[in-house]
Design a protein around this ligand. Structure first.
Ligand code: ZN
Length: 243
């Protein structure tokens, strides 16, 4: 079974629509979302509607929990808090209800889904191998999917060996048939690994492979929407750099 894994969409409709077009060209039957549907970007309603229409499994990210009021805006950077407050004003009630129904992890299946990490699904950023070891210890199964850092990467630990990790570029495919793994698709709507293209992951649970994908989208359109919504310019500018 093939699954498209998306994370950190961040109200970027331009990126999400382009990724969904690419996903349709694959054999993926399911779409899993690792949270942060909203925050930063200008199209929260369109993004939540598209996720609700297409997604099989979905968890909440810290920005979703900021918009629902479960987390305090004081815990966020100035730009993020501003965007979350703006999102609270414009989001439709039924989309807010949907966000409120989500939890930051789903760990009862063959693959664990966590927005941050298996240790702290809301806040923890897993970008280093020492922390990855501790997180791999906490996985109930062999495979864990994580988002939150907006960096496409993987960590794995094979029998009797220490964990290793690497950033993952467009088109890279790894064999996940042995060992335990943490896989981060990167961010659909606000990549921070220097590649401005929308990031996602194609998981083949039958073959035991994970493939990182990047999708070109209308970055200028997404940035213009952020400016038109009078959100901070920095949120628009960063999209073209992938930072
Ligand atoms: Zn995020």
């Amino acid at each position: 079974m093939q699954v498209a894994v998306l994370s950190d969409i961040h109200s970027n409709r331009h990126a999400l629509e382009a990724v969904l077009d690419d996903v349709r060209r694959t054999g993926a039957r399911e779409l899993w979302c690792l949270g942060d549907l909203v925050g930063y970007g200008a199209d929260p309603n369109d993004c939540v509607a598209l996720v609700r229409e297409h997604v099989t499994l979905c968890i909440a990210g810290n920005h979703d929990l900021a918009v629902t009021g479960e987390l305090s805006l004081d815990d966020f950077s100035a730009g993020a808090a501003l965007a979350a407050g703006w999102t609270q004003e414009v989001i439709a009630t039924d989309h807010l209800d949907y966000l409120e129904s989500l939890r930051p992890l789903l760990a009862d299946g063959e693959v664990g889904l966590y927005h941050g990490s298996p240790r702290d699904p809301v806040w923890e950023y897993v970008v280093g191998v020492l922390l990855a070891e501790l997180c791999l210890d906490r996985l109930p199964g062999r495979l864990g999917l994580i988002g939150h850092s907006h960096i496409a990467l993987s960590f794995d630990r094979q029998e009797g060996l220490p964990a290793t990790g690497s950033a993952r570029r467009d088109g890279e495919t790894v064999d996940i048939g042995t060992g335990s793994w943490l896989l981060n698709p990167g961010s659909v709507g606000q990549p921070r690994d220097g590649d401005p293209r929308a990031a996602w992951l194609l998981l083949d649970l039958t073959l035991g492979t994970a493939s990182w994908r990047r999708t070109t989208y209308d970055v200028a359109g997404a940035a213009a929407a952020i400016r038109a919504a009078r959100l901070p310019d920095s949120l628009a500018d960063r999209l073209q750099y992938g930072q």
